[in-house]
Design a protein around this ligand. Structure first.
Ligand code: ZN
Length: 244
């Protein structure tokens, strides 16, 4: 009886040792596959800089609408997808919405912050009271007057208006965009405004308003895939210049 108990214990120990070996064996195999990107992101993928593209509006929120029926939410998504194609070989590109969905402003920047993105680009089209208004507007964030004294800027700990701490780089990227888009012959202007979608972005961030849907000529361009590709390529050039 004693001997049987002893043998039982020994079998138990052997079984335990085998389980440990099996565990480590599986861990090593998983490690190898993970390093090659089978189960997880490969090291190369992890090292890629992250660009978050934010197609404005979506779902019931259609944004601006042109005379001929062009809709801002659709154009923004089309340009974002074009940019994804242009950039995805060099960067990890994340879209805040990949479909026709309504997304809250705060969730858009929260996604970029959680992913620790290197760049945030919000994509919109514009609508103006002036029918002749045309071209691309580049916006960077600016604090509403009197809300945040300059000396307080460095003390910001939360995402609340954290964009202020990236003011310099955001403007640098905006300048790269101005140069690159101007090369296509498109009129381009820089503005600063207290935009909600930019204020919580904890990385360089801009908002683009591509074309004026109230201008019939701009609307025609915004419905033309070739014209949109030219703009998408110009934005991609600025991204490459800024993140090099
Ligand atoms: Zn918009």
């Amino acid at each position: 009886m004693k001997k049987r108990i002893f043998l039982g214990l020994r079998n138990c120990r052997i079984e335990g040792a085998l389980k440990i070996l099996l565990f480590f064996g599986l861990a090593v195999i998983a490690g190898i596959f993970s390093a090659e990107g089978v189960f997880g992101k490969s090291n190369v993928e992890k090292e890629k800089k992250i660009v978050v593209l934010d197609p404005g509006h979506g779902g019931a929120d259609i944004g601006a609408k042109g005379q001929d029926g062009a809709v801002e939410k659709t154009i923004a998504l089309t340009i974002a997808r074009m940019l994804l194609t242009e950039l995805e070989s060099r960067y990890r590109v994340i879209l805040t919405r990949a479909d026709d969905l309504e997304v809250d402003s705060a969730d858009r920047t929260a996604k970029a912050n959680t992913e620790k993105a290197d760049l945030f680009i919000s994509i919109h089209t514009s609508a103006s009271f002036l029918r002749e208004a045309s071209g691309v507007e580049v916006f960077v964030f600016e604090t509403p007057p009197g809300q945040m004294p300059a000396k307080e800027e460095k003390k910001i700990k939360t995402w609340d208006r954290v964009q202020i701490t990236h003011k310099k780089e955001s403007r640098e990227f905006a300048e790269a965009l101005l140069n690159s888009i101007a090369m296509t012959g498109t009129e381009v202007r820089l503005h600063s405004a207290p935009l909600v979608v930019l204020e919580g972005a904890d990385m360089p961030a801009v908002l683009l308003e591509i074309g004026q849907l109230t201008n019939p000529l701009d609307e025609k361009k915004l419905r033309d895939t070739v014209e949109l590709t030219v703009i998408a390529k110009a934005i991609a050039t600025a991204v490459l210049e800024f993140l090099k």
